[in-house]
Design a protein around this ligand. Structure first.
Ligand SMILES: Nc1ncnc2c1ncn2[C@@H]1O[C@H](COP(=O)(O)OP(=O)(O)OP(=O)(O)O)[C@@H](O)[C@H]1O
Length: 321
């Protein structure tokens, strides 16, 4: 998982004097699942359309599988499967017929197309429904068919735009599992655009946080948390009885503690540079207080997302000077 299969450098798209994508640089490795996370209008779809060669960038460079999408979109389309958020299947045709139709558009010989279609329909869990009309499929089944549809041409990359839109929670879990499985079994690179952070967190190796056309941060969840929360990357939730003022003072003075927040008379949250849970436990025991609970909280995409999109800061009033 080392070579870059998608390379974007200083990519910009301007509409009506406003940048929809603003000097975006990003590199996605082969075999990776990368999540583009951002609110509506952040520039995710514009980026995807430029990658697919459907729209021309105003400036910048981009290469997909070593090919320039802008000057050679047809070659890129052979290697990239794109699943849009609004699927366009023929409702009066069966799942199998729809796949065979896509295969014919991609000039896949009939015998090979039949083989791939049956295999893929089975792989996405539609083996039993292959002769059912797509108009009678549920939204989740249509998304599964969508995955089979983008895979029929055996792409190196699949780009999925909000793939879980309108699917019930069980369907979402199944679809995410399937995407991960396809990524692992077929070594396919996945670029997934979404604003559902929990879903992105579950399957993506790395995440890019997109706001107003700019990529504000990228990395895995741990790296993002470190970039954002720096010297208070570890939060320890402490419950003890009693928490005397002397105990509080001593806890504040432990090395690596940067913030402390009182939750209740018997509960505090400690923000630390490193994991000093054992030192905290020791201090409480030395003060002959009853240790009721001690747990570590690590930052997830939830906190990262809130910090970027809602400007939420860690309570400044609790900062230790
Ligand atoms: N064809 C267009 N003409 C003018 N402005 C456009 C065009 N397409 C997109 N935009 C603008 O570019 C910005 C980025 O839009 P884009 O659709 O890429 O965002 P997005 O992150 O994909 O949002 P969503 O999650 O809603 O799909 C928005 O401000 C949008 O209004």
């Amino acid at each position: 998982m080392s070579e870059a299969i998608i390379k974007i450098e200083e990519l910009t798209k301007i509409y009506d004097n406003e940048p929809a994508v603003d000097r975006l640089s990003l590199s996605i490795k082969k075999g990776e699942i990368f999540g583009l996370l951002g609110p509506n209008g952040a520039g995710k779809s514009t980026t995807i359309f430029m990658l697919l060669g459907l729209i021309e960038p105003t400036s910048g460079n981009l290469q997909v599988c070593g090919i320039n999408s802008t000057s050679n979109p047809i070659e890129v389309k052979k290697r990239v499967g794109y699943l849009p958020d609004d699927l366009g299947f023929y409702q009066n045709m069966t799942g199998l017929e729809n796949l065979l139709y896509t295969a014919s558009l991609n000039e896949i010989p009939r015998k090979e197309a039949l083989k791939r279609s049956h295999h893929l329909l089975k792989q996405v869990g539609l083996g039993e429904a292959l002769n059912k009309k797509v108009g009678k499929y549920s939204r989740g089944m249509k998304q599964r068919l969508g995955l089979a549809d983008v895979l029929i041409k055996e792409p190196e990359i699949i780009i999925l735009d909000e793939p879980t839109l309108g699917i019930d929670p069980k369907g979402v879990q199944e679809l995410l599992k399937l995407i991960k499985q396809l990524n692992e079994e077929n070594n396919i690179t996945v670029l997934l655009s979404s604003h559902h952070l929990h879903q992105v967190q579950q399957i993506c190796d790395r995440v890019g946080i997109f706001v107003n056309g700019q990529l504000l941060a990228q990395g895995n969840v741990k790296e993002l948390a470190n970039q954002l929360f720096g010297n208070q990357a570890f939060v320890v939730h402490v419950e003890a009885d009693p928490i005397s003022s002397e105990l509080k003072t001593n806890l504040k003075c432990l090395e690596g503690v940067t913030n402390m927040k009182e939750i209740s008379e018997t509960a505090i949250e400690m923000y630390c540079q490193t994991d000093i849970t054992p030192l905290i436990a020791n201090e409480i025991v030395n003060h002959k207080a009853n240790l009721l609970a001690l747990s570590n909280k690590s930052y997830g995409l939830d906190e990262i997302y809130h910090l970027y999109f809602e400007g939420r800061e860690i309570d400044e009033t609790t900062k230790i000077s």
